[in-house]
Write a protein that binds this ligand. Structure first.
Ligand SMILES: Cc1ncc(COP(=O)(O)O)c(C=O)c1O
Length: 449
C-alpha cells in the first residue's frame, strides 16, 4: 500500500537527519511549526540548511540535495553565484542600508525598463506581496474604480485583498480576514474565458483591473492559454480596466522580456520580485509613466488620485546591487537559450519515462519551470490539478522519495520544479533516473493495493 511506502520513506528521511530533528524540536518552542514560513514545512519535519552553492544545498547532517526550489525561485543563477556575492560584499563594506537615494536603484530601474515592454518607471518594495499591494492601490487610484478580478489558483502573497481562492476548497486563505476585506475582489476561473466574460458583463465598469500570474507557479506551473490572455486584454481595453501581470515568478524566468514578450500580450502594470533582487529581499511595481506618476507627490493630485508607496528598506542598496549583478549575467548571449534547453530536456525526458508506466502522468512546463501532475492530461487550472489527481498521496510519496535520494523541491502536494543556470545535465539526468525508479516502485505498491 502507498501509505506503507510513505511511512518507510519518512523513516529513511529521519535516519538521515538526526540533527535536523533536534533543531526542529527546539525551533518549535520559538517558531510556530518550527519554521519561518509554513510553505517550508514538510513531513515529518524540514531539514535545516547549513550552506548552499550552485544547484546544491547542504543540511546540518551533512546531506546534499539538488535543489529545485532555489530560494522560492529567486535564485536563477543558483546558490551563492560568485559575481553577485562579490558585488554584495563590496557593497556591505560601504553600508548595508543608507536610507537615502543612490545610483543603484536608478540603475536597476533603468535596466529593467530596457527589458520589459511598455515599462517606463519603477518603484521597489521588499517583497512580492508588498509590490502587489501597492499595485492594486495604484490601479484603483488611476482608474477611480474599486473592484479587482483575481484567478483561482493564483498566488500573489499574503496581501488581504488578494488572499483568497488559492485552493479550490478554501475561499479565504487565512483567518483574520473579515468578509468586507475581500468584498471588492472577484474570483474568476483560470483559463476559463466565459467565466471572466460573465464577470465583466456583470460588473463592467466597476473593475479597476485584473491581476494574473501568466503562468501560475504555486498551482503547479499552469500556463495561461494565449487566447485566454488575449481575450482578457481585450476585455480590459473595452471596459477601461487595467491588466496587471504578477511576474514575481515568471519575471526573468521566461526571458528578459517576461510574460509580455513570451505571450506577445502586453500588460499595463507588471509586478516583479524574487530574481530581480539577486537573492536579497525585493519586489517592484512597474508601468508606463502616465500610471506611475500617480506616485509623484509633487503633483497636484487629489487624495483619491494619488497613490502611496514607500518603506524603510525600499530600494536598499544591497538588493539593488545584487539585482544589477544578476541581470548583467542574464543579459549574456545564450543565457536563456541554455536555460530553456535544460528545461526542455527535463520536461521531455520526464514525459518519455512516464510513457513506460501505467500511471497517469502529465508534465506542464515553461522556460525554467516544470510541473509534474499525476493526472491523465495537463491540468488547465487549480480545479483540474486537484480533481483529476489519481491519488493525492502520490505527490507526497514522490517528494519524500526524492528527498531520500538527495533531491529537494516543494511543495509536498504540488510538484513544481524551478530551474537555474547552475543545474547541470548530470543533475537533470539524475532527476529523471530517480523519477523512473520512483515510478517502478510505486507501480508495484499500487498493484498490491
Ligand atoms: C506569483 C507570486 N506573486 C507574489 C508572491 C509573493 O512574493 P513574496 O513572497 O516575496 O511576498 C509570490 C511568492 O511566491 C509569487 O509566487
Amino acid at each position: 500500500m502507498l501509505e506503507e511506502l510513505y511511512k518507510n520513506l519518512l523513516d529513511k528521511f529521519m535516519e538521515k537527519t538526526p540533527r535536523s530533528r533536534e533543531l526542529y524540536r527546539e525551533a518549535q518552542k520559538r517558531l510556530p511549526m518550527g519554521v519561518t514560513y509554513h510553505i517550508r514545512f514538510f513531513e515529518p519535519y524540514p531539514f535545516y540548511v547549513s550552506r548552499a552553492r550552485g544547484s546544491k544545498i547542504f543540511d546540518v547532517d551533512g546531506n546534499t540535495y539538488t535543489d529545485y526550489w532555489v530560494g522560492h525561485g529567486a535564485l536563477i543563477l543558483g546558490h551563492a553565484p560568485r559575481r553577485v556575492i562579490e558585488r554584495v560584499k563590496e557593497q556591505l563594506d560601504r553600508g548595508s542600508h543608507w536610507g537615502f537615494e543612490h545610483e543603484y536603484a536608478y540603475k536597476l530601474a533603468d535596466k529593467i525598463t530596457s527589458h520589459l515592454p511598455g515599462v517606463e518607471m519603477i518603484r521597489f518594495t521588499n517583497s512580492g506581496t508588498e509590490a502587489n499591494m501597492y499595485a492594486i492601490r495604484l490601479i484603483r487610484a488611476y482608474t477611480g474604480k474599486k473592484k479587482i478580478v483575481k484567478f483561482t489558483g493564483g498566488w500573489h502573497g499574503g496581501y488581504d485583498q488578494l488572499h483568497l481562492g488559492f485552493k479550490p476548497d478554501e475561499y479565504l486563505g487565512s483567518g483574520g480576514l473579515p468578509p468586507e476585506t475581500v468584498s471588492h475582489t472577484i474570483l474568476a476561473k483560470f483559463n476559463d474565458i466565459e467565466d471572466t466574460e460573465n464577470i465583466f458583463r456583470s460588473y463592467g465598469r466597476e473593475i479597476a483591473g485584473i491581476i494574473i500570474e501568466p503562468i501560475q507557479g504555486a498551482a503547479g506551473i499552469i500556463p495561461a492559454e494565449r487566447e485566454f490572455l488575449k481575450r482578457i486584454r481585450e476585455l480590459c481595453d473595452y471596459y477601461g480596466s487595467l491588466l496587471v501581470y504578477d511576474e514575481v515568478i515568471t519575471g526573468y524566468r521566461l526571458g528578459l522580456g517576461g510574460a509580455q514578450e513570451y505571450y506577445g500580450v502586453e500588460a499595463d502594470v507588471v509586478v516583479l520580485g524574487k530574481i530581480i533582487g539577486g537573492g536579497f529581499p525585493i519586489g517592484a511595481l512597474t508601468s508606463r509613466r502616465e500610471i506611475m506618476e500617480r506616485l509623484d507627490y509633487r503633483r497636484k493630485w487629489t487624495l483619491e488620485e494619488k497613490s502611496f508607496h514607500g518603506g524603510t528598506f525600499a530600494g536598499n542598496p544591497v538588493s539593488m546591487v545584487a539585482g544589477l549583478a544578476t541581470l548583467e549575467e542574464l543579459e549574456k548571449p545564450g543565457f536563456y537559450d541554455s536555460l530553456k534547453n535544460t528545461t526542455d530536456i527535463l520536461a521531455g525526458e520526464l514525459l518519455r519515462v512516464s510513457r513506460d508506466y501505467k500511471l497517469d502522468i502529465s508534465i506542464t512546463s515553461a522556460p525554467s519551470m516544470v510541473g509534474i501532475h499525476f493526472t491523465h492530461r495537463e491540468p488547465k487550472n487549480i480545479e483540474e490539478v486537484v480533481s483529476m489527481r489519481y491519488e493525492p498521496l502520490l505527490n507526497r510519496v514522490f517528494q519524500k522519495y526524492s528527498l531520500v535520494r538527495g533531491i529537494v523541491f516543494l511543495t509536498e502536494d504540488i510538484t513544481h520544479l524551478l530551474l537555474s543556470s547552475s543545474h547541470t545535465r548530470e543533475d537533470i539526468s539524475y532527476f529523471v533516473e530517480v523519477f523512473r525508479e520512483f515510478l517502478e516502485l510505486v507501480e508495484k505498491y499500487i498493484e498490491r493495493k
